[in-house]
Design a protein around this ligand. Structure first.
Ligand code: CTP
Length: 399
């Protein structure tokens, strides 16, 4: 996806500049071409030799000079590039860009650039919170500049707070995401998603259910829509807004309702990813009135719900791609491989409840993707948004 893309990495003078070396390597490894533009101060933190060795290009740090190819290198360079990533971006460089100031190689290049710009701020938390910096960042956002928000934590100045540059891997993922969305690799593809829990009524006020919030499925639906897919999103009872884009949302409550909606939609789909935490069991009978406490203690007989994924696996045509999730607490890999085979899937996304911070409810997840050729890719703990990127990348490959 980044193969052959032309990327300018802009580096300004902050201690986080050492992380930009890692960023350059990530882009080079992904097959991108990298040119580096620095401020004068950036070269206090990283050396010209390191930057030139890693990028395999000479750096651009002076608007005018005998070493430049043209006296208007800021124009030829910015014509060449597909995107600019400023990491780290100091309060100074953010201020210059927001105010149209062009007085060195980096600020001049930014003003000359009319394509996508990413800004990864890095500074002391008091500086980051300053009203002028916040106003400048808001203005840049309004003008379609993507701000990779800094993280909170220990800062080089000894303060704890928001201002630490986001990790290179996260900045890289944001750029990768931009290009994959731009390439519109899934344009016109029809994809079915199930998401959230199902609620199986015991009586009009109680149900059998689980802790799923639907965040993972909604993140995948959003990612697909951003890449041009036409998404049918069958959602169990969740309190999430429908993400923007071409998403046809069908709200259901029970596994039976989800089963009917998914079975109806699937024949017209190119692919389906079933993320829903379907309740495996439902009460055999639903009481028509609320069961009162003073009645005798109720015995609730449970019966099996339909397995939606297995049913779609049986109906699957050669041209369709079908994927599921497996949430496991023990013997994770073997259980997921068994589900992949039994349900006739093309790939399965395994998450383990043993991984701290991953799973139901939270914003992060840690997954392993296993395909039907038994290729296994393990990913580190990431935001659900980023996990969605990995899952949709896998689907794109198979489609
Ligand atoms: N799934 C489904 N319908 C069900 C149960 C599960 O479509 N009735 C799908 C889920 O959406 C998920 C996958 O099957 O994509 C695996 O779900 P999981 O709960 O991990 O596995 P089960 O098949 O229910 O097996 P078990 O609960 O025994 O682990």
């Amino acid at each position: 996806m980044l193969q052959g893309k032309r990327i300018i990495i802009g580096i300004s003078g902050g201690i986080a500049a050492y992380k930009s070396l890692i960023l350059i390597r990530l882009f080079k490894k992904a097959g991108a071409e990298v040119r580096v533009v620095t401020t004068e101060n950036a070269l206090w933190f990283v050396t010209r030799v390191s930057l030139e060795s890693l990028s395999q290009n000479k750096i651009y740090d002076k608007v005018f000079g005998p070493e430049n190819d043209y006296t208007t290198e800021h124009i030829s360079l910015t014509d060449w590039a597909d995107c600019v990533v400023v990491a780290p971006a100091t309060a100074n460089v953010i201020g210059k860009l927001a105010n149209g100031i062009a007085d060195d190689a980096l600020s001049t290049s930014l003003i000359a650039f009319d394509k996508k710009i990413f800004i990864a701020p890095a500074m002391n938390c008091k500086m980051f919170d300053h009203f002028a910096v916040q106003r400048n960042l808001s203005f840049l956002k309004e003008n379609d500049i993507e701000i990779v928000e800094p993280a909170s934590g220990y800062l080089a100045c000894g303060y704890e707070g928001k201002g630490r540059m986001e990790e290179p891997e996260e900045i890289f993922a944001r750029v990768q995401h931009f290009f994959s969305a731009q390439d519109g690799a899934l344009k016109g593809k029809k994809v079915l998603i199930t998401a959230g829990p199902t609620h199986e009524p015991i009586d009009p006020v109680r149900f059998v259910g689980n802790y799923s919030t639907g965040k993972m499925g909604f993140a995948i639906a959003s990612e697909l829509a951003q890449r041009g897919a036409e998404v049918t999103l069958i959602a169990g009872p969740v309190s999430l807004p429908t993400p923007p884009g071409q998403i046809n949302r069908i709200d259901v409550c029970t596994a039976d309702e989800m089963f009917v909606a998914a079975s109806r939609a699937f024949p017209g789909m190119d692919a389906a990813i079933l993320t829903a935490a379907v309740a495996d069991f439902k009460p055999a009978l639903t009481a028509p009135q609320k069961i009162k406490k003073n009645d005798s203690l109720p015995e609730i007989k449970l019966v099996l719900n339909p397995d939606i994924l297995a049913s779609l696996g049986k109906a699957k045509k050669e041209s369709q791609v079908l994927a599921g999730f497996a949430l496991e607490t023990d013997n994770e890999l073997a259980n997921a491989q068994k589900k992949l085979k039994d349900k006739n899937l093309d790939f399965i996304v395994l998450n383990s409840l043993n991984d701290a911070e991953a799973g139901f409810g939270g914003d992060n997840n840690k997954v392993t993707i296993i395909d039907n050729k038994n290729h296994i890719s393990g990913f580190e703990l990431k935001s659900k948004k980023q996990v969605a990127v990995d899952v949709v990348d896998k689907l794109s490959q198979l489609l």
